[in-house]
Structure formats: C-alpha cells, structure tokens
Design a protein around this ligand. Structure first.
Ligand code: HEM
Ligand code: HEM
Length: 208
C-alpha cells in the first residue's frame, strides 16, 4: 500500500463479492434444471449472504452497515450533489449505494428461501420435513410425469408451483437489481474518475 492509497475493502468482503458473482451466475443459469449444481450453487449463495450480514455487524469499518446505511436526508443530499455534477465523495459505499447493497442482500434472502421451499415441495433439502407433502399430489405428479401431458404441469404439485413462481420472480427481480448495480458502478466510476471495480479487487482506493 503506497502513501496515497487507503485500504477500504477487507479481503473477506472482496472474496464474498466475487464468489457471489460466480455462484449467483451458476445458480441463475442452471435454474431451469434445478439439478445438484443449481442447489449447491444456491447453498453457497445462502452461506455467502449469511456471512455478509454477520460481517455487517462485526467486520471492519467499511464492511459495517453503520458505515453505509444513512438516513434519507443523506441520500437526498447525495443525490442532489450527484445531479449538480459534483457528487460528495464517500470512501465506503455512498448513501444511495448503501441502500442498494441492503436491497440486494434482502432480495438474495428471498431468492434462496423460496428456492429452499420449492425444493422442499419436491421432498428434498433442509426444509423438506416441514413441507406440506401429501401422497395425492405426489401420485398425481408421478402420473403427470408418466403421461408427459403436463396434467400437473410436468408433474408438479401445487406447493412446488407456488414457491417456484415466487422463486423465479425474485430471481428476475434480482437480475434487474444487478443491472442497476453495474450501471451505478460505471456511472459513479466515471463521475468520480475512480475505478470502483479495481478497488473491489485490490481493496484500495486513492486517499484524495
Ligand atoms: C442465488 C440463488 C438462486 C438463483 C439465482 C436461482 C434461480 C432459479 C431460477 C431462475 C429458476 C428457474 C425457474 C423456472 O424457470 O421455473 C430456479 C428454479 C428452481 N430453483 Fe433456484 N435459484 C437459486 C437458489 C436456489 C436454492 C438455494 C434452491 C434450493 C435448494 C433452489 C431450488 C430451485 C428449484 C427446486 C427450482 C425449480 C426447478 C424445476 O423443477 O423447474 N434454488 N431457480
Ligand atoms: C461483473 C459484475 C459486477 C461488478 C463489476 C461489480 C462491482 C461492484 C463494485 C465495484 C462494488 C463496490 C461498490 C462501491 O464501491 O460502493 C460492488 C459491491 C457489491 N456488489 Fe457487485 N459487481 C458485479 C456483480 C454483482 C452481482 C452479480 C452481485 C449479486 C449477486 C453483486 C452484489 C454486490 C454487493 C452485495 C455489493 C456490496 C459489497 C459489500 O459491501 O459487501 N455484484 N460490486
């Protein structure tokens, strides 16, 4: 670290971020099948998100929620400064970015929880014991499979369809957030003439 740079993102935040990118992408691309790869990638995402929430309370300064979750007044001030063309500089996440981080983590919780419920409705996974599975839907499911006529939409029981639909909608909503997230990173990097992606790799930013 040279004299003009400061450490902003600790190694665990950086490992968290890039692992999330990898495992979210795998889970998203394997959703149609929900074979073991999908489920294992999803489990890794659950672990990463739980870790990040804990790290938001016990991690170093810029990893903590209290470093980047501000009141609405600060968000408005920040957005005004952005509109005026001379945005205020924050070393960690800016006030608008901070809410985006919280929204992304919360959405990932919804995506993975509904994934677990959909999986449980198929009789698998850690929540399977609580799932309302009765013999009849399973029998119908098998019959639907055998006929291959989509009688119960390729043999899916009601619970499975219900959770799957929310799971899919939440995944697509998350994809929308990611697009905004990446646009936000590009716009901020241009306005501040500061490479945020590099900072998320090296952990360092210029001190000025
Ligand atoms: C970031 C994590 C995840 C993402 C982005 C994701 C995304 C998706 C997507 C896009 C689908 C396709 C929905 C459709 O077209 O019907 C899907 C289906 C599914 N996912 Fe996930 N998922 C994630 C995590 C999980 C987890 C943790 C589980 C459970 C262990 C899970 C279980 C399922 C199941 C059972 C289906 C239904 C597949 C089928 O039979 O058609 N997912 N997921
Ligand atoms: C290749 C695409 C991506 C790039 C270039 C990127 C870049 C970044 C950068 C530069 C930051 C730091 C922002 C700042 O300085 O305030 C960040 C933070 C974050 N990104 Fe991404 N990102 C990408 C994809 C994703 C995806 C796919 C997800 C979610 C699945 C995600 C979730 C997050 C989260 C949760 C944070 C907050 C980090 C923390 O405080 O722990 N990003 N991203």
């Amino acid at each position: 670290m040279s004299q003009n740079t400061i450490k902003v993102w600790d190694p665990l935040v950086r490992i968290f971020h890039w692992s999330l990118v990898v495992f979210f992408t795998i889970a998203f691309l394997t959703g149609e099948e929900a074979e073991s790869l999908h489920v294992y990638a999803g489990y890794v995402v659950i672990g990463l998100v739980i870790f990040r929430i804990l790290w938001g309370f016990i991690g170093p300064e810029h990893a903590r929620f209290k470093d980047f979750v501000f009141g609405p007044d600060k968000v408005i001030q920040y957005l005004k400064s952005l509109a005026s063309g001379s945005p205020q500089r924050y070393v960690g996440h800016n006030p608008a970015g901070g809410y985006m981080v919280v929204l992304m983590l919360a959405t990932l919780l919804v995506v993975t929880f509904t994934g677990l419920k959909a999986y449980a409705a198929e009789g698998h996974g850690p929540l399977a014991a609580n799932a309302e599975i009765s013999v009849i839907p399973i029998a119908k499911a098998v019959e639907g499979d055998r006929k291959g006529n989509g009688a119960v939409e390729r043999g899916k029981n009601k619970g499975e369809k219900y959770w799957e639909e929310i799971h899919e909608a939440a995944s697509n909503f998350m994809l929308g957030l990611i697009v905004l997230h990446i646009l936000g990173v590009i716009v901020y990097s241009k306005l501040h003439k500061e490479n945020l992606v590099k900072a998320m790799i090296t952990g360092e930013k210029d001190s000025e």
